[in-house]
Write a protein that binds this ligand. Structure first.
Ligand SMILES: [Zn+2]
Length: 205
């Protein structure tokens, strides 16, 4: 597939696309570029998130986006960027444990100090041990949260109670999910429907 690389098309091609396995479970997030290649090779179908209708590449290009709407352009085609694709051939079952890493902790806490709620790009946030390491606290999902410089300084080597601090949210171990690899601003609204906690209610297969 040859696609012209206007700046806008390039942006769209790098946008995130949710990949569902054959049981409609989210397994992965890829780029629009790779998703379209998968559909073009017939290893996936494009899912229209509202109707849950699925489209082959040939079917999809029959429904170009309205003029003026974002589109991927080639000399002869205007194609809408898929938001969700469904794999056709194999089932990959995602692991249920999110690895405890610094990056994943930033994503779980959404780059937000869990004491005062201030958001930051990352350089002003650090990992705080709720029960300090000096008191036997371990480095785990349940004992670590992001804290800004001033909350970290205020808490120092004290427990929550001693420091008079409260957490905004319980520091839970997140279930692994493709969403965890992206910042909330990179996620598409239409993916909500396929999030595990929504599946039962929405009736999506
Ligand atoms: Zn803070």
């Amino acid at each position: 597939m040859q696609l012209s690389e206007t700046a806008r098309t390039a942006d769209l091609l790098d946008r995130a696309t949710l990949v569902l396995n054959r049981s409609w479970r989210p397994v992965h997030v890829t780029t629009v570029r790779r998703a379209l290649c998968m559909v073009f090779r017939d290893s996936a179908r494009i899912v229209e998130p509202e109707s849950l209708a699925t489209y082959s590449f040939a079917e999809w290009i029959e429904f170009p986006p309205p003029l003026g709407a974002p589109a991927i352009r080639s000399p002869s085609l205007r194609v809408a960027a898929p938001e969700v694709v469904l794999l056709r051939r194999y089932d990959r079952v995602p692991s249920h444990e999110a690895p405890f890493t610094r990056r994943n902790l930033f994503l779980r806490d959404d780059f937000t100090c869990q004491y005062c709620g201030v958001r930051s790009g990352g350089d002003r946030l650090s990992v705080d041990h709720i029960l300090p390491r000096s008191r036997g606290g371990n480095t785990s999902w349940e004992n670590c949260v992001l804290a800004c410089v001033s909350c970290n300084a205020r808490k120092a080597d004290r427990t929550l109670k001693e420091a008079g601090l409260r957490l905004l949210r319980p520091p839970v171990r997140p279930r692994w999910s493709p969403y965890l690899t992206l910042r909330p601003s990179q996620r598409m609204e239409s993916w909500q429907r396929f999030a595990p906690e929504h599946r039962r209610r929405s009736g999506a297969r």
